[in-house]
Design a protein around this ligand. Sequence first.
Ligand code: M6R
Length: 614
Amino acid sequence: MCGIVGYIGTKKASPILINGLLRLEYRGYDSAGLSTIEKNGISLMKNIGRVKNLSELPGIDDLEGTIGIAHTRWATHGIPSKENSHPHTDNSKNFSVVHNGIIENYYSLRNKLKDEGYTFYSETDTEVIPNLIHYYYKNLKDEIGINRFLKAVRNACLDLKGSFAIEVICKDFPDNMIVVRKDSPLVIGKADGENYLSSDIPAILSFTRTFYLLNDFEFVVLSRNDAKFYDTDLNPINKELTSIEWDAIGAEKNGYEDYMLKEIHEQVTSTRETVGARFQENQKTCFNELNFTKEYLSSLNRIYIVACGTAMHAGLAGKAIIEKLCRIQTEVDIASEFRYRDPLIDDKTLCIFISQSGETADTIAALKLSKQKGAKTLAISNVIGSSLSRESDLAIYTHAGPEIAVASTKAYTSQIVLLNVLAIYMAEVLENNDINYLNTLKKDILELPEKISQTIEHSECVKDFAKKIYQEKDVFYIGRGIDNAIAKEGSLKLKEISYIHSESYAAGELKHGAIALIEKGVTVIASLTDKDLTKKTISNIQEVITRGAKTLIVTNQDLDLSTFDFSIKIPETNAFISPVLAIIPLQLLAYYISKEKGLDVDKPRNLAKSVTVE
Ligand code: M6R
């Protein structure tokens, strides 16, 4: 978690740093700080709370430095406080550092440095970094110029265990900054006579479209006009620039009150972008990035889909379609469980990892484990050049555009669409399916954008229902089959942004325990999109109605809706892609309840957009 930005150029750094931090606040927002190099040495400004509090500090506008680093924090080690917020300096205030990640061996390093006479002023793991750099720097007296700074940073990083993206400035080198990453994101945006740094691309997209994407343990010495890259032996390495196609406007609110509402609406276009040109008339589905053969797919003993949170819920929809079309056993795992449960993996296993950000620590760790065990790995991410996609043998992208709101919406629907397209592609390679069925499914997928648009038209009706239930304490979501997967995602959305307790249940499971919680007035929300299971679920809904529940039904079936308190009729489509439509009223419901309660929809408490710690 946490967001970092940096700047080296000819303009005043502090307004640029604040601007970048505001865009990274989704990564953490309990405190913020920045450092610049001024004529009289390193400046240090920190404040608790949001970035706005930092920007209002007296004296911040007087900073003249044209090189600086900044940080917005999501606390891991130590409470949110001024002392614990970044940047951190060494005892002599020669070096200033911002850090995203976790230093797992900070305690022993701290003790070692204490024995060397260093004092610590915060509870953070980060504070060891500037002091360790200082320790090496002072012992590298024979090195001259920037090499001394670079070697000190390199030596310090080799001592660190855990994850880090760090930016370091040094009073002795007012024209340079050194940055490096390991398992935490960091990108460098290159412009004319200036370099921008950030934890993600959208935060600095308004300044440049040309980026260096860093790999682990690449040390970078930045100056205003240059970026020099080195490996761990400090041999120079060549680094290619990558051009980003998104525009900055894509990362702005575009007139919507919140990013989440904008992103819900964007599903019309994002799902279209996900399909792209993969379906061409009279052609097989195009996945040049994969090149799977019939022999390879037939040899697979199983597929694992591994992810966290919403991405894992998309994986449930992926399992359903892959098993249906490819007849390959497919398991869905939570990444934080998968990595520690010694899963049965060999070279006949395909492991698919889904992550919007591509930076989720548990998902990346699960991928590394699968590779060690011999599996082929395939990453599905929304962020081109993300750590997950670079670590993986194969990578495909959802192309949903930047998702800023912490609560994932368009990434989820794009993940489901892409998993369906992937399953169709694999079925075509396997040649084991009725072509007409595949073509009908393709047509249904291509019709989704129009149907999403029709579904969003129910917004006002959902808003009315939100007004009725926003003060509730418990809400239940139920469904069978694919509708159970929808229920899980609907329930997660409500919890995250409205802070209402909710549970999701396979509808048939209710009577095995949870129905004891149903009493007069409790809200039960049911999804009914699979016609083969509709009658069964209706019986379960009747059971809760009998016990006094208030019901909201989301369905694409022609039913007698008079027995339910509220209902939303969504367009009909193939059951395997129905979550793409059925989730929309549930996303809107969570959104409007959150608004009704006056909460911060885009930045819910205790959460961060990208979970880069275990
Ligand atoms: O970036 P990822 O897709 O790997 O993130 C995984 C989860 O942290 C994420 O989906 C989380 O559950 C969202 N806040 C849900 O809205």
